[in-house]
Design a protein around this ligand. Structure first.
Ligand code: ADP
Ligand code: MG
Length: 558
């Protein structure tokens, strides 16, 4: 039989080795570009199916495909999965013995391996660096997974990735394909430059993850809100991201103490413990992973139902990547972020310590955008897609902002009370003290200092939590701003002064519980889907937004 007759078509490979009958999105076009030996850049959201874009060509090209990926810990799983599908793949890393490595090299030399996975540091390290070995074999394709790691504008810069530029020069004749789930415009351009790609073909998929419901809520009483949210997500798998290792440990311990199935994950834990915790999570033996952002990259777990951020992430790319780990199976999933001005200040300070000025400047800009996302009054999905250079026609109907639209209440009187108390106190106090004055606290200290103010006690008919909620809403809606780091004090914004002067009505979104989708947690997934469906219809009707199909698989709807 001639060689040509043996070469299979992409669809046949997809069917035979992956069991799928059709390509999804622009997989087919991407594969065509790679097969034409063009340098190719793929931007596709997490779960979109980037892997087959190089795995299918790997099975068609005659020689070896090199896959560069940042995480050694995941290579084994990826390779095992490929082998289980009958694809001859292997990885090389420092955890293997000399003889294992020699065996794999000999397999490559004899053309028995189609895909070789490595971390980039492997290329130029040691007495006999891999690059020298690669020059002796028939290399057909290089795939660079998580390609944003090559750019310092990305959220996960790895200097070793810069070495890939040298690799490109050593193999000018073969195609390189770079893939990532996240890259704003600046990072995109940088990827092409740093990797030294030649007039690359770009494939940018829609980044919309329509099955994810985005919510941002004030951080006050975060644990209480979190428990309420987790109660709704009983039995579901999810990830809770915290900024520091300490927060991870504390949050995990608190959840465990309440009988929830949660484990910590951060880079400070011993490797065995980390790997064990990750494995338990992937196998559904533990439901909640409380983690730093060290957790999650490349993890292919399709049934993650929620992602919570206890702290604001540093930038929108990171946020989108992390929330994108929810709902890879296309079923409705939740992303919840706890926002506080304080966190934004802390992150800003961390950035200020950086030495590279240009870098710090760009990162600060990104942090500002992340803050705007938290404070935005436009549909969150619109905001996110717009950030990645995409348009979303109309509001999504599936984020907290959309849920609240049309649900605004006239809060003029209490808002005036709160705002004037802030002003009368000389904008020198935080919300706690403002409420003490509003409610006419009997504390000797408060009485002595502020009993004579006209606003003292004007809000005594309402509860402390009412005033706190109102304060949060006024912050979110830009009537109030926080100043100062450790003990933030409240200030009236220019916007608030204008509104007050013009005697305009103050309409605020009704407080919406984060578990609004259901008060009673459901045990069966089917019930849950029904409830969500009903609720989203009712929300849509209330807010005048047309019912929005949130399921990737429409058959679930009708
Ligand atoms: P990404 O790397 O973009 O996050 P993966 O390559 O891990 O995504 O693919 C996500 C999931 O989608 C995997 O379970 C994969 O098997 C599946 N998948 C990929 N392509 C197809 C397809 N054409 N049809 C159905 N499922 C697919
Ligand atoms: Mg991937």
């Amino acid at each position: 039989m001639s060689q040509a007759a043996l070469v299979k078509k992409p669809e046949e490979i997809l069917k035979q080795f992956f069991g799928y009958s059709e390509f999804r999105g622009n997989q087919q076009a991407i594969i065509d570009s790679v097969l034409k030996k063009k340098d190719t850049i793929v931007l596709m959201p997490t779960g979109g199916g980037k892997s087959v874009c190089y795995q299918v060509p790997a099975m068609i090209f005659e020689g070896l495909t090199l896959v560069i990926s940042p995480l050694i810990s995941l290579m084994k799983d990826q390779v095992d999965a490929l082998n289980a599908n009958g694809i001859p793949a292997a990885f090389l890393n420092s955890s293997q013995s000399q003889s294992e490595q020699r065996f794999i090299s000999s397999q490559i030399e004899s053309g028995k391996i189609k895909l070789l996975y490595i971390a980039p540091e492997r290329l130029y390290k040691g007495d006999y660096p891999l690059i020298d070995f690669l020059k002796t074999v028939n290399l057909s394709l290089v795939a660079i997974d998580e390609a944003h790691c090559v750019s310092q504008w990305g959220h996960d810069f790895r200097p070793e990735y810069l070495k890939i530029g040298e690799l490109r020069k050593s193999f000018p004749q073969i195609p390189f394909v770079a893939l990532t789930a996240t890259a704003d415009k600046l990072t995109r351009k940088d990827i092409a430059d740093k990797l030294g790609l030649k007039a690359p073909q770009w494939f940018i998929s829609s980044f919309d993850r329509s099955n994810i419901t985005y919510r941002v809520t004030a951080k006050r009483d975060a644990m209480g809100k979190l428990l309420e949210f987790l109660d709704f997500h009983k039995k579901d798998s999810g990830v809770i991201y915290c900024l520091s290792r300490k927060n991870v440990e504390e949050t995990a311990a608190e959840l465990q103490a309440r009988g929830l199935s949660a484990l910590p994950y951060h880079a400070g834990l011993p490797r065995e413990e980390r790997e064990k915790n990750q494995e338990l999570f992937i196998k559904d033996e533990v439901k909640i992973m409380v983690a730093t952002i060290a957790f999650g990259m490349g993890i292919d777990k399709s049934n993650v139902r929620f992602v919570v951020h206890m702290n604001m992430p540093q930038n929108v790319e990171g946020y989108y990547q992390e929330t994108g780990r929810a709902g890879r199976d296309g079923l409705p999933s939740d992303a919840l972020l706890f926002y506080s001005g304080q966190d934004a200040i802390t992150l800003g300070r961390m950035l200020d310590q950086g030495e590279n000025q240009e870098f710090t400047h760009v990162m600060q800009d990104k942090l500002e955008k992340m803050k705007s996302f938290c404070q935005t009054k436009v549909c969150r999905r619109k905001f996110l897609l717009n950030y990645f250079g995409e348009n979303h026609a109309g509001d999504c109907g599936n984020c907290d902002i959309c849920f609240q639209k049309g649900n605004r209440q006239d809060m003029t009187i209490p808002s005036q009370m709160l705002l004037s108390t802030v002003a009368r106190l000389g904008e020198n106090y935080g919300i706690g003290y403002v409420i003490l004055v509003l409610r006419g606290s009997k504390s000797a200290k408060v009485q002595e200092a502020h009993q004579s103010l006209s606003v003292y006690g004007i809000g005594k008919d309402r509860s402390e939590s009412f005033w706190k909620d109102l304060g949060d809403k006024l912050l979110q809606e830009d009537y109030l701003a926080e100043a100062g780091a450790q003990f933030p004090t409240l200030k009236l914004t220019e916007f608030a002064w204008q509104k007050l002067k013009a005697k305009e009505k103050i309409l605020l979104p009704m407080e919406e519980s984060i578990s609004d989708v259901s008060s009673k947690p459901s045990t069966h997934h089917e019930d849950l889907l029904d409830e969500l469906k009903a609720l989203r219809y009712s929300i849509a009707q209330k807010s005048g937004v047309p019912p929005y199909v949130v399921f990737a698989d429409n058959s679930l709807l009708e």
